[in-house]
Design a protein. Sequence first.
Length: 94
Amino acid sequence: MGGIGVESTRAEIPSSLRTAPMLISLKFTSAIISLLVGSFLLYSPVSGPDTNQVARLLGGATLVSLGLVTTLLTVKDWLVWKRHYKNEGGRDHG
């Protein structure tokens, strides 16, 4: 008979959503590091004049903006993962 098996009716969770917590924590860690290094680079030229003050300011601003964008994208990905896991992922696990 060509009946539908139990395996075919079970909702499959994409592999990208199974690895989401690990990638989210990695992205969040790199965002925090970028924010801290960028903040340090922005603070250090203000404390005293230096020959490469402009380079430090630009580098610090770049790292701070990279950290902020990465943090926002990580929170967005986490919310999508959480919503998907809540709606579909928890049904067939048990």
